[in-house]
Design a protein around this ligand. Structure first.
Ligand SMILES: Cc1cc2nc3c(=O)[nH]c(=O)nc-3n(C[C@H](O)[C@H](O)[C@H](O)COP(=O)(O)OP(=O)(O)OC[C@H]3O[C@@H](n4cnc5c(N)ncnc54)[C@H](O)[C@@H]3O)c2cc1C
Length: 486
């Protein structure tokens, strides 16, 4: 066996510097050569190292081959071997949501817990220069002034309430973080953020097509900037970035159809339960046992399901426990757990959603923000008697939202805050639920998403008690394990 390190991503500034110092003239400092080389593996019997060498030497040929293989033959996974990193700054929280929906990419964003906001925000192109701009700026200034006021009040409140925790530097930073985190509920979704993104060429091309079809001008602008940065470097793998008619026309087509069906599809419930378990795998514990038997005992699935349903509850418990024994909180439960699924409906604040959306191994159908869903008030705001000023921000934000909606509907959400809410239909399998609860029903988690995770855990426990027996936040893991395994 031989393993050769064929490539790795390094800082683009270093590449520039090395190019300058060495006078490198060849046009092959592009990840396209790796994609082209790997694409040829399936048909070229030469050693991969040789194939890569050829690809580096003949970049034009490599590019042509990429085009034929990726786009001509549809062997698109070849483009995944080319990976890019981006610094994305000066982008609104609203636009960040559009980017971070994508599952096959990695993101790390500025934390609103550790970084105090400075009031910077995006003025959407649709509003800039119009009669709405002064009012928009005034609203943002008002939201930000309340943020700073709240931060001071909440910091004092938390320092008093958790005086034992602020004795150390790290404890003080943590408690200050809670104040920042709660104060941010009043700031706008137009607020600037920044994040690092790592993404392969295949996903990036897909993102660019979708971004270009976005109703939000800022997202379209982002698409252009990303395209300008990568296309000259990798023209053969970032190629088809025009929005498809499928994406640009779908909204209107579906809306028109719904309009025709209006009588049949009238909405008769506007329930606002924060966490509802809508659906779960029937006989979930039996299904999990069957999947375990399938993996370890053989036979076809029908026979495994038959065997699992003949087991008593005690036997099922013993079987599931045997797969969980010796597990530490960082160990992923085994794949058989993916055969059990949970579908929740959530009503979450923008602040909560900002964290929820980062769980990529789940399916999320997200409705637009809706002022009728009201807003989330952090408990610390209530405890400090700051609810009236908080509510004033919500009132003024809601009013301005209504104003923008009439003129520039696609920009209306810029007026909303981190406290405003939306509905999310969330489907995840039991394996991912273990991971989600471990991170989010934990003492380090932010309280809003922790409440959601804790309720999700409780509801899953009722419908699949054995499957979820070891579901717990990291901080409760040891006590949970001790309870199960004495
Ligand atoms: C207390 C806390 C503080 C946080 N602070 C910040 C912060 O300041 N800034 C910030 O940006 N984020 C922050 N996060 C978010 C965090 O970094 C994760 O993005 C988020 O928790 C989702 O977790 P995940 O990626 O493990 O989950 P999922 O995306 O659901 O993935 C589940 C699992 O699948 C695997 N997986 C999925 N995608 C990949 C991939 N591309 N490569 C390799 N493995 C993959 C991993 O095993 C992963 O654990 C914080 C999270 C917590 C709990």
């Amino acid at each position: 066996m031989d393993v050769v390190l064929a490539g790795y991503n390094i800082d683009a500034d270093i590449i520039k510097e090395l190019k300058k110092r060495s006078g490198w003239k060849d046009d092959n400092l592009t990840p396209e050569t790796l994609s082209a080389a790997y694409a040829r593996i399936s048909r070229d019997p030469s050693n991969i190292g040789e194939i890569r060498k050829k690809s580096r030497k003949e970049t034009d040929k490599a590019r042509r081959s990429n085009e034929t293989i990726i786009f001509g033959l549809g062997h698109a996974s070849v483009a995944e071997h080319a990976v890019f990193n981006f610094d994305i700054t000066g982008i609104s929280r609203l636009a960040v949501e559009e980017v971070q929906k994508y599952r096959l990419a990695s993101f790390t964003e500025k934390s609103q817990r550790y970084i105090k906001l400075d009031g910077d925000c995006v003025i959407p192109d649709e509003i800039a220069g119009t009669h709405l701009e002064p009012d928009f700026k005034e609203l943002i200034n008002f939201q930000n002034s309340v943020y700073f006021k709240l931060y001071d009040v909440l910091k004092g409140h938390f320092f008093e309430k958790f005086s034992d925790k602020i004795q150390t530097k790290s404890g003080k930073t943590m408690v200050e973080g809670w104040a920042k985190e709660d104060a941010r509920y009043v700031v706008s979704l137009a607020t600037h953020s920044q994040f690092g993104m790592t993404v392969n060429a295949r996903t990036l091309e897909h993102m660019l097509r979708r971004f270009r079809a976005s109703k939000i001008g800022e997202v379209r602008e982002l698409a252009q900037k990303i395209y300008d940065a990568v296309h000259p470097l990798s023209p053969s793998i970032i190629k088809y970035t025009d929005p498809s008619i499928y994406d640009t026309h779908r909204d209107i087509l579906v809306s028109n159809t719904i309009e025709k069906l209006r009588g049949k599809v009238a909405i008769d419930s506007w329930d606002q339960v924060p966490v509802k378990l809508v659906k779960t795998t029937k006989k979930a514990d039996t299904v999990l046992c069957a999947a375990i038997l399938y993996n370890y005992n053989g036979g076809d699935m029908e026979s495994c399901l038959g065997s699992a349903s003949r087991l008593t509850k005690k036997m099922k418990e013993e079987l599931i426990k045997s797969t969980l024994k010796n597990r530490e909180c960082w160990d992923r439960v085994e794949r058989a757990f993916e055969m059990v699924e949970f579908e929740y409906e959530l009503v979450v604040s923008a602040s909560n959603y900002a964290q929820l959306k980062r769980h990529r191994i789940s399916t999320q159908i997200v409705q637009d923000y809706d002022v009728f869903l009201n807003y989330t008030v952090p408990p610390s705001v209530v405890e400090t008697g700051m609810t009236p000023v908080f509510s004033e921000v919500m009132k003024r934000s809601g009013e301005f939202y209504d104003t923008i909606k009439k003129v520039y509907p696609s920009s209306k959400n810029y007026a909303l805050t981190n406290a405003h809410r939306r509905r999310v239909l969330l489907k995840l399998n039991a394996r991912e639920l273990y991971h989600f609860v471990s991170l989010r029903d934990d003492e380090h988690a932010q309280w809003d998403i922790r409440e959601t995770a804790s309720e999700m855990k409780k509801l899953a426990g009722k419908s699949a008690p054995l499957t979820t027996m070891m579901l717990s936040g990291k901080s409760d893991f040891v006590s949970c394990r001790n309870k199960i395994f004495n």
